[in-house]
Write a new protein. Structure first.
Length: 198
């Protein structure tokens, strides 16, 4: 009887852990676009250039950051999203907290898992200040109303719930730490490559 009770408790804990890994609440939409200091926007522009955000989030001859570029993977094609502040098709309703969750955990504002072609396994190591600066830069771009086409992935890889398992196996969250064996310049370069530059 005791063994059955222990097995039942373990089963409940495993199911609860699985649900916690899969389910994430949505984050309330912004009521109004915030204002940002000029220096923070400029810093975000530098970081977006280091991370080459425009490469994936801009189609050839398209509007900057409006998404739509297909990123081929061994499993199919994932289409980069619109990261302009358009409220309907971009990130215009995203708070900084929602943006940070996407960058650190690979979870969008609605609570859906993002495919790791968005290099959140690297961005998770970025500092709070740098993520805030990227957010400030993107939220001050020209809004572009452009819907991103659906990903071209076979079943079951088109089911985002599976990404919870991928994250449990491969996502190592936590800030980047400097290597004391190297000087400040080396560490700055390492940070830019390992976190922002992915």
């Amino acid at each position: 009887m005791a063994n059955k009770r222990i097995a039942g408790i373990i089963a409940v804990l495993l199911i609860g852990s699985g649900c916690a890994a899969v389910w994430h609440p949505s984050i309330a939409p912004l009521a109004a676009r915030p204002a940002f200091p000029t220096e923070q926007i400029a810093r975000g522009a530098e970081l977006a250039a280091v991370g080459d955000c425009a490469v994936c989030h801009t189609v050839s001859q398209g509007r900057p950051y409006a998404g739509g570029r297909g990123v081929p993977t061994p499993f199919g094609t994932v289409y980069a999203t619109n990261i302009t502040p358009d409220p309907d098709t971009g990130i215009g309703q995203w708070s900084e907290a929602a943006f940070q969750r996407a960058m650190r955990d690979g979870i969008d504002r609605a609570g859906r898992h993002l495919y790791p072609v968005l290099p959140y396994p690297h961005f998770t190591r970025a500092s709070d200040d740098d993520i805030a600066a990227l957010y400030a830069f993107l939220m001050t771009r020209a809004p572009v109303h452009q819907t991103t086409r659906a990903n071209d992935l076979p079943f079951p890889l088109d089911n985002r719930v599976l990404l919870a398992g991928w994250n449990l196996l491969y996502l190592n969250t936590g800030p980047w730490h400097p290597d004391p064996a190297h000087d400040a310049d080396w560490n700055r370069g390492a940070y830019l490559i390992e976190a922002i530059g992915h």
